[in-house]
Write a new protein. Sequence first.
Length: 143
Amino acid sequence: MILKHGSKDFISGQSMDFTQFKAANIDIHHIFPRSYCIKRGFPEEKWDSVINKTPISYITNREIGGIAPSEYLKRISAKVDRSDLMKYLSSHWITMEDCEANDFDAFMRHRATALLDAIAAAMGKRIVGRDSEEIVLKFGSSV
């Protein structure tokens, strides 16, 4: 779904489509990196979920490493115009503000909401249970 949405690599701006995915070295990146999440004690069921993953190039993933999103966005901003970077992130349904603030919980809520909205639009059906007690407990609000 992310590939069909026209996602772009965070640094190169190259399309992350199915052709690229098969032909190039594309990694599935933890947006809030694994080591960062482990150091902060975030639950694995959250940081290792599809909500926290997206396709980017092998090279970009190595450049990002295991540092905080705010730190890797600073690095990328030295190479990429900020408005372009915002477009690249939004092509993955990622909000720059949550990442710059290192706000994992807000990021998870916002991205889960965006992904569920995209799934509902693709199916042409409403997704039920987005405001269930279980969802509110996991995300702090409905998604």
